[in-house]
Write a protein that binds this ligand. Structure first.
Ligand SMILES: *[C@@H]1O[C@H](CO)[C@@H](O)[C@H](O)[C@H]1NC(C)=O
Ligand SMILES: *[C@@H]1O[C@H](CO)[C@@H](O)[C@H](O)[C@H]1NC(C)=O
Ligand SMILES: *[C@@H]1O[C@H](CO)[C@@H](O)[C@H](O)[C@H]1NC(C)=O
Length: 432
């Protein structure tokens, strides 16, 4: 299995390079298709289990589900099912009880939304005393965690199968305008609350900005927004997207012509690769770390290498080609705007020939923004430019150390960021 995964890793890189740089001969085209189906599987082929014993006995390529991750620490978790107006079946999670607060009613709600290619799992990988949802639950908050269409929990639709390309025609525009409102309404109704605190990490913040600019009435439902490493306006490009754009100039066409609409899915093969190539005491771990640091910024001091195989068993958790293409478009145009479908497509979609520009002026909720000068994605220049357009930033906090992943994975993230996030929420909560 190990040799197999190493070979596929090398093949992946080779194919992507070859394909991007030259036209592959006809007889190679069918081989390419086989390889692409292997590397971008249409069926994830992984097993989610709820108890650790099952992980050991079923097979290696299995992971705990959200409830399993939480219940192993004797906290109580729930799964809730919501369908969007356009038919996507979403699964969201709730940490409804802790050993400290049993059966307490009417607690203030905090909703957490992670970034691109993430699921609710990434918030609960390390446990109580460390992860934000556990810390919040210990303080008596009712903690809810979102998932977006297309991720590992949400590969379902009332009509479309994930095998159908139309399932994947979405980006953070649809996540912000269609997933978020129905999820927020569901939570408020379910908990009988009028407002919630929103914590958005990376694209989780982008989605909040999209929602509030397109549907400003939702400002009234959010008491406070916490933005961890938010992305919106790209003043500077990020090395990863720049590189991808360079080798695959027409990103969407390239993947669509190979009948690939979903990328970065959580599949048995990706999990195997992470677990075998990035584990402690493997020669390849250095490569994993080098690649990761190139993408998100280097921070060896805060990286616990032991957890890499764990992280890579839950991330990336899948999204659409169009979503990445949307980021690339925004990065090139340096505009925070809806997906550009071309003249006719835009007219059909938005009733105008250019994409809608998201008006950040309409994001009037109080926002606490956290960023780092060491983050290669939500760079200081990008975050400050975005904040310049946001009318109600009540707190802007800079860190020198953290890279883009550190908001989830840094060894000392609790003292570096979470403790103060909790303070701000507490302060706002007491205010009203
Ligand atoms: C798979 O699981 C078995 C038994 O739990 C273990 O001995 C083996 O090392 C695992 N293989 C990998 C590649 O992790
Ligand atoms: C609101 O919640 C109640 C009970 O919690 C439920 O019966 C009702 O269907 C919900 N309404 C909406 C619009 O979700
Ligand atoms: C790194 O992670 C492992 C496994 O979770 C843990 O045992 C160890 O204490 C961690 N090291 C640091 C420095 O946090």
């Amino acid at each position: 299995m190990r040799i197999d995964t190493k070979i596929s890793f090398v093949v992946l890189l080779t194919v992507v390079f070859l394909e991007a740089r030259m036209h592959v001969r006809e007889d190679l085209a069918s081989l390419r298709k086989v390889l692409f189906n292997y590397l971008f599987p249409k069926d994830p082929g992984m097993v989610r289990v709820r108890r650790l014993e099952e992980v050991k006995t079923v097979n290696n390529v299995s992971t705990l589900d959200f409830i399993g991750l939480v219940e192993r620490y004797d906290y109580i978790a729930e799964e809730h099912y919501i369908t969007t107006e356009d038919g996507y079946n979403l699964v969201i999670h709730r940490m409804s009880g802790t050993p400290l607060h049993v059966g307490q009613k009417q607690r203030p709600v905090v909703f957490l939304k992670a970034g691109a290619f993430s699921s609710s799992d990434v918030w609960v990988l390390f446990g109580p005393g460390r992860d934000l949802p556990f810390l919040l639950a210990d303080e008596g908050y009712d903690v809810w965690l979102g998932n977006s269409r297309g991720n590992t929990y949400c590969r379902s639709h009332v009509k479309l199968s994930p095998q159908n390309e139309n399932f994947w025609r979405y980006s953070y525009h649809e996540i912000g305008t269609k997933d978020l409102p129905v999820v927020i309404d569901y939570i408020l109704n379910y908990t009988n609350q009028k407002t919630l605190h929103y914590i958005g990490y990376s694209m989780g913040s982008t989605e909040l900005f999209v929602l509030l600019s397109m549907r400003p009435e939702y400002n009234a439902k959010i008491k406070l927004g916490i933005c961890l490493a938010p992305t919106a306006i790209w003043k500077e490009t990020t090395p990863l997207l720049e590189y991808v754009h360079k080798i695959i100039p027409n990103f969407k066409e390239f993947f669509y012509s190979n009948e690939i609409y979903e990328i970065g899915s959580l599949s048995s093969m990706n999990i195997m690769m992470g677990r075998t190539l990035c584990a402690d005491n493997t020669v390849t771990q250095a490569v994993c770390i080098a690649i990761m640091f190139l993408i998100v910024g280097s921070d060896p001091a805060q990286l616990n290498t032991t957890i890499l195989p764990v992280l890579l068993s839950y991330y990336p958790a899948g999204s659409s080609v169009q979503l990445v293409d949307h980021y690339i478009q925004n990065m090139i145009t340096k505009k925070f705007q809806a997906y550009d479908y071309g003249y006719f497509g835009n007219y059909k979609q938005y009733g105008q020939i250019t994409p809608i520009i998201y008006d950040l002026n309409k994001v009037t909720v109080p926002l606490a923004v956290y960023y780092s000068t060491n983050d290669l994605i939500a760079t200081k220049a990008n975050v400050l430019e975005t904040c310049r357009h946001l009318p109600n930033v009540i707190l802007l906090e800079e860190s020198k150390l953290l890279n883009h992943f550190d908001y989830i994975s840094a060894i000392d993230i609790k003292t570096l960021v979470y403790d103060r996030v909790m303070e701000v929420i507490q302060k706002f909560n007491n205010k009203i």
